[in-house]
Design a protein around this ligand. Structure first.
Ligand code: 5GP
Length: 237
């Protein structure tokens, strides 16, 4: 009897663990959306291969709309669900996305949209089907112009100036009434110019991306609950 009870308890526990595992992997469970916009000159200087255009767009463009979990914002990804269908990007949507969501690396926009839908978008297919996913992303991009918001705050690309996290955050926060996340990467130019020096906390990092957060339905912009860019000066160039 005792053995039967303990085997039953074990089975229940194993099933609960299995459910937790399924829910934490890429199968469509998410809490909110991260809408990620990138600064193309930074994307290109961080890329291992040169971008196809010597002068990439000088406006923030879409990297992706990512359904995310509070416990692990990198999940879910690569879920089951419909694979990208280019026919669902109808001509007017295509024209819009070519401006808001270009592939700044290779110039093959469709390939970039396909990889973002397949890795992220289909995880929230129950909320936004493929057409709605790209339409909504384009609407989000149009709702606030980060490049203009920063320009009005005299934050413009400059190879010699640096800013604090709060300097860049404040004008975006004021314009959108929500807290975004700034994402930075180490500046490859800096690491190359002083290879023998130890990593210093003073070295500025490159502003690469700005993340807006949206609720589960991708309707309402909400505060992001994390910060980025570590505690270092930020260069924007
Ligand atoms: P994630 O998987 O995080 O959605 O996206 C990461 C991938 O997107 C990386 O491989 C990064 O290189 C790529 N990425 C970011 N911007 C661009 C772009 O403009 N074009 C392409 N092809 N990939 C990009």
């Amino acid at each position: 009897m005792v053995t039967l009870k303990s085997s039953l308890a074990f089975l229940v526990l194993a099933f609960a663990l299995f459910l937790c595992f399924i829910m934490s992997t890429g199968d469509g469970s998410y809490d909110y959306f991260q809408f990620v916009q990138q600064w193309p000159p930074a994307t290109c200087s961080l890329s291992r291969t040169p971008c196809y255009k010597p002068r990439p767009p000088q406006i923030f463009t879409i990297h992706g709309l990512w359904p995310s979990n509070y416990s692990n914002p990198k999940r879910p990804s690569n879920c089951r669900g419909s694979l990208f269908d280019s026919r669902k990007v109808y001509p007017q949507l295509r024209l819009n996305l070519k401006i808001s969501w270009p592939n700044v690396k290779s110039g093959n926009d469709t390939e970039f949209w396909e990889s973002e839908w397949n890795k992220h978008g289909r995880c929230s297919e129950q909320t936004l089907n493929q057409m709605q996913y790209f339409e909504r992303s384009d609407e989000m991009w149009n709702s606030y112009n980060i490049t203009e918001i920063l320009k009005k705050a005299q934050i413009v690309p400059n190879a010699t100036r640096t800013w604090k996290y709060s300097d860049i955050l404040s004008p975006i926060k004021a314009a959108t009434n929500t807290t975004p996340i700034l994402r930075c990467k180490p500046d490859p130019a800096q690491s190359k110019s002083q290879p023998s020096q130890p990593k210093s906390p003073q070295k500025p990092q490159l502003l690469h991306e700005v993340v807006f957060c949206y609720d589960y339905h991708a309707k309402k912009q909400i505060d992001c609950n994390r910060t980025g860019c570590l505690n270092k000066d930020i260069s924007f160039q």
